[in-house]
Design a protein around this ligand. Structure first.
Ligand code: UDP
Length: 380
């Protein structure tokens, strides 16, 4: 093997919930396994997002342009994914120009159509799944698998490498935001953090008001991430901010979610159960009131409540409506009830398991070492 570092190329997808774990994976490959990493992205992934990887010199970005897709707004993700065909040619050119310099190509599930471009060049191609293993099972039609094998997923021979959680550490987030200063002034384990993710998956205006009234009626402290194209005050019940100003804030810009979840004042998380938010809550030992809105979030919520005992579900009405009384009840149960005590204890256990998995000699690190050993062998 020469002195050149082994190198891999990656193609993440656009949304932050997908992009962030790819960057964490690239950092891990570089810092722990000595790889150089090339992240191939559409120009729509802007400099401020790319700067998330700037602390690691071995991570480089390469633009991949497809004029028709580049001109679509970021909000038009479904069309972009549907039009993946347009990236096939440009991607093959980029990968082809690297000749045999890369040991593996790692791609987001949404971009699976591009596997063909890589396979044509005989690059081993891997899908980095940024959602839960259970959801991955669904994608692989687990009913069919289930009927054909008596093995557990974890005993199956090499199809899947559980290398997560791929999330940022609190010290990777720079600068202190005013909402953290506010948290500093709150007592330990007293605040409910409320967020519906990076795209701010909207609840309807009626449902948003109902959530506000429930938070208010609970009497507990809250930090609520509520972003909108227009003035968010219009979404809140009249007088809400004034009545709750001593114990709650509504935060309307990008929030430092990891420092919030790792802050001693944070006791619980009303979450849409995006997979990153779920993992960030687990690794920081914060129990969840699950409020899934779309995509695989309902599966995540089901597992949080029924399988790992980390969640207290609000009572759902028709069409996933949650009345203010149910919001109040779920928040109170988590903050002061017997179930809340149990999920908080469970959260502390899971935090410890996640720490062990990610530590040297932990399952996550060991499994990644197995994969990277194969890739290094190819590079040599
Ligand atoms: N996030 C953040 N600040 C915000 C909103 C979101 O740091 O104001 C981060 C959050 O920590 C998580 C990601 O954005 O890492 C959201 O991913 P997730 O899978 O939870 O949800 P999605 O946004 O993909 O629905």
């Amino acid at each position: 093997m020469g002195s050149r570092k082994p190198q891999i190329a990656m193609f993440p997808s656009w949304g932050m919930g997908h992009f962030l774990p790819f960057v964490e994976f690239a950092k891990r490959m570089s810092i722990h396994h000595g790889f150089a990493v090339l992240i191939i992205t559409p120009p729509a992934v802007k400099a401020d997002i790319r700067s998330l990887a700037s602390s690691v010199p071995d991570i480089r970005f390469v633009d991949l342009s497809a004029p028709h897709l580049d001109s679509l707004p970021m909000t038009d993700l479904p069309t972009k994914f549907a039009a993946m065909e347009e990236y096939k040619g440009p991607l093959k050119d980029v990968l082809g120009s690297l000749k045999d310099e890369i040991s593996a190509f790692v791609i987001d599930f949404f971009c699976a159509a591009l596997i063909e471009s890589s396979a044509a060049l005989h690059n081993p191609t891997y899908v980095l799944s940024t959602d839960s293993a259970s959801n991955l099972c669904l994608k692989f039609f687990y009913d069919t698998l289930d009927s054909q094998t008596t093995e557990s997923l974890k005993d199956m021979d090499g199809p899947i490498y559980p290398i997560g959680p791929l999330i940022r550490s609190p010290d990777a987030v720079h600068g202190k935001s005013e909402c953290l200063n506010w948290l500093d002034r709150q007592p330990d384990s007293s605040v409910m953090y409320v967020s519906f993710g990076s795209m701010n998956w909207f609840l309807s205006p009626d449902q948003t008001r109902e959530l506000a009234l429930g938070l208010e009626a609970s009497g507990h402290r809250f930090l609520w991430l509520l972003k909108g194209d227009n003035d968010v005050s219009a979404l809140l019940p009249p007088g809400f901010e004034m009545r709750t100003r001593d114990r709650g804030i509504v935060w309307t810009s990008w929030a430092p979610q990891i420092p919030i979840l790792s802050h001693p004042a944070t006791a619980g998380f009303v979450s849409h159960c995006g997979w990153n938010s779920t993992l960030e809550s687990v690794t920081n030992g914060v129990p969840i009131v699950p409020w899934p809105v779309r995509a695989e979030q309902k599966t995540n919520a089901f597992f949080l409540v029924n399988e790992i005992g980390l969640g207290i579900e609000p009572e759902w009405g028709p069409n996933w409506w949650v009345g203010k009384d149910e919001v109040e009840k779920a928040v109170k149960e988590l903050m002061e009830g017997e179930k809340g005590r149990k999920v908080s204890m469970r959260a502390a256990e899971l935090k410890e398991s996640a720490r062990k998995a990610l530590a040297a000699g932990g399952s996550s690190m060991d499994i990644l070492a197995v994969v990277t050993a194969q890739w290094k062998k190819k590079a040599s």
